[in-house]
Design a protein around this ligand. Structure first.
Ligand code: XMP
Length: 257
């Protein structure tokens, strides 16, 4: 298990929470940075990590606003994940990863479509050297993902669905996690079998996108990534706490590193 994966198991176990907040505040929010800091303080006790996306990165900038939010997450005991889905040639991926790690991120998301050699290899080497984590997409949560993640790829002389191939690669590459949408619980179960409990499953798509908390965890999701169901709730803390309790009740332990 990598250092990031160990830290996630430790934080989630201590807080009895599988919930990762996707801090996707609308970029037009007045006092965006202040709102982000405030929201994190309010809901942190129900979370095991925070995930960032372009919603805050573009308006606030990496080394100014976002870095302050990452520092704040750390001060609350929460690891910070950048959902950048690295998807370019190796040298460009490396430049992005270096900056995200410099800003304090503990883990990044990567797309397996760019492959290993000259694609993700340098990023895996960097993450390993720094003790940071990488999470590999296997099957995205939105409907159109079927057009690519669900299509066959040639692997070892046989055609297999892309998400199965990606799960095997993630395991072989030493990834800290694999991402499978909660909108596809049957695929979570399939990926779980491929990973043999050695790599954790991160699952976005509960609530707003239609995925069920209970079904995703029952099928093998270790962590649930949740944005709008918390952010747009009348009481975000109550929403986060209710999700924490529901997800933990299904399986009150973590089954994967
Ligand atoms: P909501 O508001 O739908 O936010 O709870 C979900 C968050 O997760 C991101 N997302 C994904 N990220 N693979 C990913 O790596 C996925 O399949 C996926 N689906 C959603 C989304 O951008 C938002 O930040």
């Amino acid at each position: 298990m990598g250092k990031f994966a160990e830290r996630m198991v430790e934080t989630a176990g201590r807080k009895k929470s599988r919930i990762i907040l996707a801090l996707d505040l609308p970029p037009s929010t007045p006092n965006l940075l202040g709102e982000g800091l405030n929201l994190l303080s309010r809901v942190s006790r129900s979370l095991c990590a925070v995930k960032f996306n372009r919603h805050l990165l573009l308006p606030l900038g990496l080394m100014e606003g976002v870095r302050r939010l990452v520092d704040h997450a750390h001060s609350l005991g929460l690891p910070a994940i950048m959902d950048c889905k690295l998807n370019d040639i190796g040298s460009t991926n490396l430049a992005m990863a270096e900056w995200f790690f410099k800003a304090g991120f503990d883990a990044l998301t990567v797309s397996p479509y760019v492959g290993w050699k000259g694609g993700l290899e340098p990023v895996f080497h960097l993450a390993k050297k720094l003790g940071r984590g990488l999470l590999v997409l296997a099957y995205m949560s939105h409907e159109g993902a079927r057009q690519t993640f669900g299509k066959p790829l040639l692997s070892g002389g046989r055609l297999k669905p892309a998400y199965q191939v990606f799960a095997s690669w993630a395991s072989r590459w030493g990834a800290d996690g694999v991402i499978v949408g909660a909108t596809r619980p049957a695929k979570i179960a399939e990926v779980k079998r491929i990973l043999k409990g050695r790599v954790a499953i991160y699952s976005p798509g509960v609530g707003f996108q239609g995925g069920s908390v209970e079904e995703a965890v029952r099928k093998g999701a270790d962590y649930l990534i949740v944005g709008r169901s918390i952010l747009q709730a009348e009481d975000p803390l109550e929403a986060a706490e209710s999700l924490r309790v529901r997800a933990w009740r299904v399986k009150p332990h973590l089954t994967a590193g």
